[in-house]
Design a protein around this ligand. Sequence first.
Ligand code: G1P
Length: 299
Amino acid sequence: MSVSSDVVVRKAVIPAAGRGTRFLPFTKATPKEMLPIIDRPTMEYIVAEAAGCGIDDVLVITSRGKVSIEDHFDQAPELEAALAEAGKTSELEMVRASSEMARVHFVRQGVALGLGHAIGQARDHVGDESFAVLLGDDVLHPDSDVLSRMISTHERTGAHVIALMEVPPDEVSLYGCVEATEIGPGLVQVHSMVEKPPPEEAPSNLAMMGRYVFGPSIFDAIDATPPGRGGEIQITDAIASFTGSGEVYGVVFSEGRYDVGSKADYLRAIVEFACEREDLGPDFEAFLVGYVRGRGLLD
Ligand code: G1P
């Protein structure tokens, strides 16, 4: 494993080329990454998470029909001027913040050949650097330290690092699953991994969540990866080619993750984030208490 003291992660890649079929009909004309959690698109939480870890360069992998993501992270001179003239200072700050949180670039995945292939589209932009990958369906709570733990593990060891969480055995087939041994608090060495196994074939119930920190060697591995599950080029298969030489670590966490690709978890994110907001929380929590009482859901 190459251990280099000058490895620094300052770039992130966010795959956002999927069709979002789980959220049709909303996603017929609007990218799923623009689904709001209250008043911010989910994509903004993802970019903010990367920026909070010192990443200032973000590449979003898009596809046809995703232009509104580009607009969201662009400057909006007319809107900003109108808000300034109207004295709407806090709205102006929010609008500016989305174009200032990082330098956000875009490249298209012309054909949908899988997550591994989508990440491979970042090669020219990332070059010979280490980088983080954040999947938009997995929103982490703003207080989460998972990505920063992953980055420091990568910068310390040079290993590819994945995020892992225990899931109920009947959910393993939704995820990439790993066989791993603990080597420190919340840190495991990964020995093997398989993409979306049937429960009886899963090596454990430790599942990969949508955060990765890679060295640039992942790109050659992606190029060498044949289509796997679903006929797609899977990032799990590309990472698996490094497990035999001990070059894959996992950071294990247990809370603060919302699968916003699932309607139930998307709603949970909205409720929890609303309750935590100073401007909304008190009134909204009072409403919730009255609501669950009125429905006879409390003893
Ligand atoms: C992807 C990965 C899978 C991972 C999951 C996390 O699957 O292929 O290994 O466990 O993200 O959300 P997807 O949910 O995009 O099908």
